[in-house]
Design a protein around this ligand. Structure first.
Ligand code: NAP
Length: 409
């Protein structure tokens, strides 16, 4: 009972995070899940050695070793992933790579597995305890090594894979404890995590093996710097409101910035003002806009925007040439045309929402800083693009005021 209460005491405040921090919060949960599985496996092994060596059958020992390796690597891997997403100072955000990295990583894992085989065959030998601790150490090390070559931008995908590992570790724990509920729940977690990772990889046009090995999310130098000479044009809230009012079709493209600014309610107000004036307003939803799958859907639903106004990327893109105004609200990578043409770019090949095909683009962001992938965006300096600099909530508030102030009818 004390343990359950202690768990609640830690868990409830931990759930008190903004939606934008959910990925790192989820990673922390996986870390705890992995640690719990690893500790249970370790305890089961040493209890077995001390009290009932006959129960340490080959099957049970194999399950313990799998549980411990997956559990501890999930523990440190998830802590590192959470740290990168939270931008903890002492964890480098950029991918850290060195020659032979994959050989080292795979070598550590193979060593842990080989020692595992040794312990499975000889669970009660005098040296087995030390070998078991070595397996734990190697799994902990592997978790760290697995994450350091991966860039912060791609961490949500990795978190989903770690979710899958935590589930598989729970399956192994279920076999160790002969608990069918754990096996079932773990398998559910393991398979759903894996499917989610594959969906996210597809949406970002990443190869799945790239997520697991090697410099995922590296920023190539040649991709950056484009568009530096071009000028950014700014529009006033008055001018932008007039453009919006005259439009027949406005496509709103929300991104991570809308989540940061918590601007969804202001978006709703603007939506009401425009639809009242007979403007058709659609929301273009990119599968990886924001920082977690469904991020935009959740926020827009919170503001009671009708679900029928939300259109998936593949469906809206053919309509973009007919769109009078693409209103980009804190989105960057998901509307970056570099994804189509810049071969060296880290987002090359990622399907994007074709905002650049609209007749006019209005883009809200605070500065000229790049998006999550760290690369410049040509969209902002196109001839038909006008910037509205500022926090999304404040800018939208100004826009809505234009409609309410009697300036526009
Ligand atoms: P993004 O590329 O991260 O760009 C967000 C933009 O919002 C930034 O350019 C930023 O510019 C602006 N912004 C931030 N705070 C703002 C505020 N308060 N007001 C106004 N603007 C603000 O976002 P995205 O276009 O949504 O793309 C998502 C990225 O995350 C992609 O690279 C995707 O691959 C990655 N990702 C997403 C998922 C997922 O599941 N959704 C998973 C894995 C990876 P300023 O700083 O100038 O304001």
């Amino acid at each position: 009972m004390v343990a359950i209460v202690a768990g609640f005491a830690v868990g409830i405040p931990l759930s008190n995070v903004p939606l934008t921090a959910v990925p790192q919060r989820t990673a922390l949960s996986h870390a705890f899940g992995g640690l719990a599985a690893g500790l249970v496996g370790t305890a089961e092994y040493f209890l077995g050695v001390g009290e009932s060596p006959a129960q340490l059958t080959t099957f049970r020992m194999s399950a313990i070793v799998v549980e411990v390796i997956l559990g501890f690597l999930t523990f440190t891997g998830s802590l590192m992933a959470a740290g990168k997403l939270q931008e903890v100072k002492w964890i480098p955000q950029r991918p850290v790579t060195y020659p032979g990295q994959n050989v080292v990583n795979i070598g550590v894992l193979v060593m842990a597995a080989a020692l595992g085989v040794l312990v499975v065959i000889n669970p009660t030998a005098a040296w087995s305890g030390q070998v078991f601790y070595a397996i734990v150490g190697l799994a902990i090390l592997f978790g760290v090594l697995l994450i350091i070559p991966i860039g912060g931008a791609d961490m949500p995908t990795v978190i989903s894979i770690l979710n899958s590992y935590a589930g598989l570790s729970a399956v192994a724990m279920g076999f160790v404890l002969n608990n069918k509920l754990l096996v079932t729940a773990g398998a559910l977690d393991g398979s759903s995590g894996l499917i989610l990772s594959i969906i996210m990889c597809r949406a970002m046009n990443r190869s799945f093996t790239n997520v697991l090995f090697g410099a995922f999310g590296t920023v190539q130098k040649e991709a950056a710097g484009s568009g530096e000479q071009k000028t950014w044009k700014q529009e006033t809230p008055e001018g932008a409101a007039q453009l919006l009012e005259q439009a027949r079709l406005v496509v709103i493209i929300p991104g991570y910035g809308m989540a940061v600014a918590q601007a969804q309610h202001k978006v709703r107000e603007l939506y009401d003002q425009l639809t009242k004036r007979g403007v058709t307003v659609k929301f273009a939803i990119h599968p990886v806009a924001g920082r977690m799958p469904g991020h935009m859907n959740v926020l827009l639903a919170e503001a009671d925007i009708p679900y029928t106004a939300l259109v998936e990327m593949d469906e809206i893109n053919p309509e973009m040439p007919q769109c009078d105004i693409a209103l980009v609200i804190g989105a960057n990578d998901v509307v970056n045309p570099a994804a189509r043409s810049a071969k060296g770019s880290p987002i090359y090949g990622m399907p994007i929402i074709a905002a650049d095909k609209a007749r006019t683009v209005l883009a809200i962001k605070r500065s000229k800083n790049p998006g999550f992938a760290g690369i410049d965006n040509e969209l902002y300096v196109l001839d038909n693009t006008w910037m509205l600099f500022g926090d999304a909530k404040a800018v939208l508030g100004d826009l809505v005021k234009q409609f309410g102030s009697g300036g526009l009818h």
